[in-house]
Design a protein. Structure first.
Length: 626
């Protein structure tokens, strides 16, 4: 098989690849990560690159050194346009030497992942117990078991095979005795000579877009360190349906995605323990939450049935697995506990949110919105609880937005528009202050992330640039409101000299429509659950998730994301799912509570609810801006 050289600019990285490899795969081999949010289907255009022709870089680079435009690229080009030197890197295959320029907007930059835990009080009652036993000449397994069972009133104690090997390696006349790590009063999972370290556990939230871990001292309950990263499964598709499709359409696809997430968790476990001078093998237990698809991929369970009716999960109850069986590079005998899931699209992360917020212990009616790539809703109180999942789409993560990007350095995350002059000011992640306060060349915006999109659309609505039906008001006069190359209206947020991509960053009609649909999905879900509950509005709205913590509640309410119950009754609580995992890690009784509430909550299949279509269409119209 022939091989060819590919040089990626502007970094200058070089790689030798076999004929027939895609440009995006070649970039990955070179250490250059190219954006995609459609799972390599050639529909999003985020992986667009330019081919530099000529021999300037020591090789003969030519557009003819790529496979011809395929059907996906032709369809994309007809709808959005491809320049004569542009290709979609996920579709174009290498057939000769090439020099490829990766535009700034096509690059993946590490997201500004926000997955911090809220300081919640937790009654400490972990399943992990550390027990020290003094040395004795008559030391043997029977005497050890007898002493431990008598001390804790346990029965039928067993020992993990590796711990048993470690125990036999320690001589009975050890001066400092031994420390045993015991799980749930059932099994000795670790044996240390002398006085062992404290007990540590890992709470883990596997999201569609990000993965967060919280290293906890199981004795004090303290979070000693946290780490987060992008979920590397993004390369298989931005949303859960894309990943289900990847598992279905690719032999070994599930194993690939499982391998990626296990590798990511091992990296996080290494990094989070290194920060506090510990070792990953000091992690004696893990509690994991995630949506149903992430939960199944993590456990290596078939996700294909989740994509077709009747959307049947492989398991719904909580589960315990050995770390070694999952490939986790922590204490091999450590227990990995996964919280239960409610339904195909309401997973263990939603159960974690319920543990953290406890609507089942409240008199007031709470509406909890966990805003992410997939929206999950909880409505209720101690009398009755409902849950639902709504397909918000990737707009909140910057997907399906012309200049959308994740919340990474360079992303516009706040927008203000003067309703009189229509002048725009914005803030950029990684920069301090507003754009109008900075020298133009210092702004360096690369795109706009979810919170910035919501701000922009809400401000455009408030300034009269768009109407309540989402259409542009073409009677508005402003140099920022203009006709784009396709003749359709667009509004300029950042001018080219304020960007790092050398082009104006604009909001187009399709962007507004994407936000309308995402808001309508959440609003419709809320309305239908309130109808089931028999209430006109909740007493309190709780915004959970990393995205919920950064959006502006006033502007989200103005766009109809949730009912107007008064801004004083809207609260952002951060990563409540991760907090729920931590609560279950620190208190084993909460796992029993999680199993109970997962069975008690009533799942609402929104699309089968009477009046769903009518409610959704109505919700696509923005309410009046106050």
């Amino acid at each position: 098989m022939s091989s060819y050289r590919v040089i990626f600019q502007p970094s200058g990285t070089k790689v030798q690849v076999n004929e027939g490899i895609s440009l995006r795969a070649a970039a990955h081999l070179a250490g250059e990560e190219i954006e995609t949010i459609c799972g390599g289907k050639g529909t999003c255009g985020k992986c667009k690159v330019r081919i530099l022709e000529g021999s300037e870089y020591g090789i003969d680079s030519n557009m003819l050194h790529l496979s011809p435009l395929n059907e996906a690229e032709r369809a994309y080009s007809m709808r959005y346009g491809l320049g004569p030197d542009e290709r979609l890197s996920c579709q174009a295959l290498v057939t000769g030497d090439l020099v490829v320029y990766i535009p700034e907007e096509s690059r993946i930059i590490r997201s500004a992942v926000q997955k911090g835990a809220v300081g919640r009080e937790v009654d400490i009652n972990p399943s992990i117990v550390k027990c020290h036993i003094d040395s004795s000449p008559e030391w043997n397994w029977e005497r050890i078991v007898s002493e431990i069972e008598g001390r804790y009133d346990w029965h039928n104690l067993t020992i993990d095979p590796q711990a048993e090997i470690d125990l036999k390696a320690i001589t009975p006349d050890s001066q400092d005795g031994i420390t045993l790590t015991i799980w749930d009063g059932r099994e000795i999972i670790r044996v240390e000579e002398g006085y062992g370290k404290g007990a540590y556990g890992l709470a883990m939230d596997i999201g569609t877009t990000t993965v967060a871990v919280y290293l906890c001292d199981l004795g004090s309950g303290e979070i000693v360190a946290t780490e987060a990263m992008l979920n590397p499964q993004i390369k298989f598709g931005e949303d859960i349906m894309s990943r289900i499709a990847y598992a279905k359409d690719n032999r070994g696809g599930l194993a690939e995605m499982n391998s990626e997430i296990i590798s990511a968790i091992n990296t996080l476990a290494r990094d989070v323990t290194l920060r506090v001078n510990l070792n990953p093998t000091d992690i004696a237990e893990v509690v994991m939450v995630g949506n149903t698809v992430m939960h199944h991929i993590f456990l290596g369970l078939d996700v294909v049935p989740l994509g077709t009716y009747p959307f049947t999960p492989a398991i719904q109850s909580s589960a315990n697995r050995k770390a070694r069986d999952l490939g986790l590079a922590i204490l091999p005998s450590a227990n990995v506990h996964t919280l239960p899931i409610e339904a195909a699209y309401v997973g263990a992360d939603n159960v974690g949110v319920m543990l953290a917020e406890e609507p089942y212990n409240q008199d007031k009616v709470l509406l909890i919105i966990d805003v992410g790539t997939n929206g999950e809703l909880i409505l209720g109180n101690r009398e009755r609880m409902f849950s639902a999942s709504c397909a918000t789409g990737p707009a909140f993560e910057g997907g399906n937005i012309k200049f959308g990007m994740r919340a990474a350095p360079g992303a516009i995350d706040r927008v203000r528009i003067d309703p009189q002059t229509l002048d725009v000011s914005f803030s950029v992640i990684g920069q301090s202050g507003w754009s109008v306060e900075m020298a133009t060349e210092k702004v360096q915006a690369r795109g706009i992330c979810g919170s910035g999109i919501i701000d922009a659309v809400a401000e455009m609505l408030g300034a009269g640039i768009i109407r309540n039906d989402g259409s542009f008001d073409k009677s508005v006069t402003s140099p920022r409101l203009r006709a784009g190359q396709d003749g359709k209206p667009e509004f300029v947020i950042a001018r080219a000299n304020e960007t790092a991509i050398g082009r104006d960053i604009v909001i187009i009609q399709k962007d507004v429509r994407s936000i309308q649909l995402a808001m309508a999905a959440i609003s419709t879900g809320s309305q239908l659950m309130m109808r089931r509950m028999g209430v006109e509005k909740p007493d309190k709205v709780i915004l959970a998730g990393a995205f919920g913590a950064v959006i502006d509640p006033r502007r989200a309410m103005a766009l109809g994301m949730f009912p107007d119950c008064g801004l004083d009754n809207v609260q952002a609580v951060g990563n409540a799912a991760g907090d729920g995992a931590r609560i279950a890690l620190l208190n084993k009784d909460k796992r029993i509570e999680a199993d109970r509430v997962a069975r008690e909550v009533e799942y609402v299949e929104l699309i089968t609810e009477p009046g769903f279509n009518e409610s959704f269409i109505k919700a696509t119209h923005f309410p009046s801006f106050d």
